[in-house]
Ligand binder design. Structure first.
Ligand code: C5J
Length: 218
């Protein structure tokens, strides 16, 4: 079985039972001039993930393995957005540079051009931070016989972390790729990754994408 050099120790996976999860690589979060940047964030901290993630996705597709993309966002009438989320994110649904912010169907809500899903790949739309909450993800993974997840995307401490914690509680083995996840805050990136692999891998494993690409060729 392919094995990846990881923290806190080697991560071994059965390719037929492993999916690549690409979380929220959306224009609203990543594009210069978009929602994320309008909040004062440095989008370069997220954009450094694009190149390694594109290479990983190409290798994953070449191996014939499943990729599942997620997008955070809401229905145009915001009926799926809890009032508490809206109170702390009043820009959701407002007109932004790339359309209504985090609203399904808007240009900014969609995945960046560089990482667009290929024909037949699954896209899960999620109203929350975690990819399991109020989505069909659990059923998709069950149907596909998936037991392990290679987790990538943004942001490390918010949607990636929430999803990994949800997945861990559901019994999935999660490998998070440090070069393919990003936070606007370097400190959160560092600590967020440490928290995953701490205490013998309390939430999962952490590695770099070239190690996974090499393992796919084993
Ligand atoms: C955030 C996300 N940070 N995808 N969303 O609000 O992490």
């Amino acid at each position: 079985m392919p094995t990846v050099d990881a923290q806190p120790g080697p991560f071994t996976f059965q390719p037929a039972e492993t999916a690549l999860l690409v979380i929220d690589m959306q224009r609203d979060f990543l594009l210069p001039g978009g929602f994320g940047e309008s909040l004062g964030n440095d989008v370069a901290q997220l954009r450094r993930t694009i190149e390694p993630l594109a290479a990983l996705m190409a290798a994953w597709r070449a191996a014939g393995l499943p990729i599942i993309h997620t997008r955070e966002g809401h229905l145009p009438d915001l009926s799926d957005c809890p009032p508490a989320k809206l109170r702390r994110g009043p820009m959701i649904g407002q007109e932004g540079r790339f359309g209504k912010i985090l609203i399904r169907g808007e240009y900014g809500h969609d995945i960046i051009d560089e990482l667009q899903p290929a024909e037949g790949e699954t896209v899960v739309d999620k109203p929350g931070k975690g990819a399991f909450h109020a989505t069909e993800l659990a059923g998709i993974l069950d149907d596909g016989g998936i037991k392990s997840l290679v987790v990538t995307g943004v942001t490390t401490e918010v949607c990636v972390h929430t999803t990994v914690r949800e997945a861990n509680d559901r019994g999935y083995e999660c490998l998070v790729l440090a070069d393919c996840v990003g936070s606007y805050f370097p400190e959160f990136q560092r600590v967020g990754l440490q928290m995953i692999a701490a205490q013998g891998g309390i939430f999962g494993w952490v590695a770099e994408s070239p190690a996974v690409i090499a393992a796919l060729k084993e």
